[in-house]
Design a protein around this ligand. Structure first.
Ligand code: ZN
Ligand code: ZN
Length: 154
């Protein structure tokens, strides 16, 4: 999404396009990782030294509410935000905490579990695969938490 599209979404939701909001969105897009409010605050502060953490945090909530960003579920705290609003899944490196996007078509989501089937309406599924990324493997790092945490073994 470019700045024009960003402005259009803001306009549709009666949201003022302030320099701070634009910068927060720009930083989120520029960084290929999925930033937490704290990490984003540290970046945006370089441009707007007087911006408060609360402003950044509230802006993220607003972005999430209007569909400009979303919370990445299943990666623990602090919560991390995603500006890639296309349907996708994540690979989470437990060692360096990096989150890598996985396009939806590259992944087959399993069948709807029997406990849900026919009783509940399942609308979508988001997967978080966990492990150690190639960079961490190359540097010989081991996951600090090599257990499976109850996840499925692959
Ligand atoms: Zn890693
Ligand atoms: Zn993502």
């Amino acid at each position: 999404m470019n700045q024009e599209e960003f402005a259009a979404v803001c306009h549709r939701h009666a949201l003022k396009v302030t320099p701070q909001r634009s910068e927060i969105f720009r930083q989120m897009q520029a960084c290929r990782d999925h930033l937490s409010a704290e990490a984003l605050y540290r970046r945006v502060r370089c441009v707007f030294p007087r911006i408060s953490f609360d402003t950044v945090h509230r802006t993220l909530q607003t972005f999430a509410a209007v569909g400009l960003a979303r919370v990445v579920e299943g990666t623990g705290l602090p919560r991390r935000f995603d500006v890639n609003t296309r349907r996708h899944h994540h690979f989470w490196c437990r060692h360096c905490n990096r989150l890598i996007d996985i396009p939806h078509d590259g992944l087959k989501v399993g069948r709807i579990p029997a406990v849900l089937e026919g009783r509940h309406h399942v609308a979508s599924a988001r997967l978080v695969l966990e492990g150690v990324c190639e960079d961490c493997l190359a540097s010989g790092s081991k996951s600090p938490n090599p257990g499976l945490d109850g996840g499925l073994e692959l």
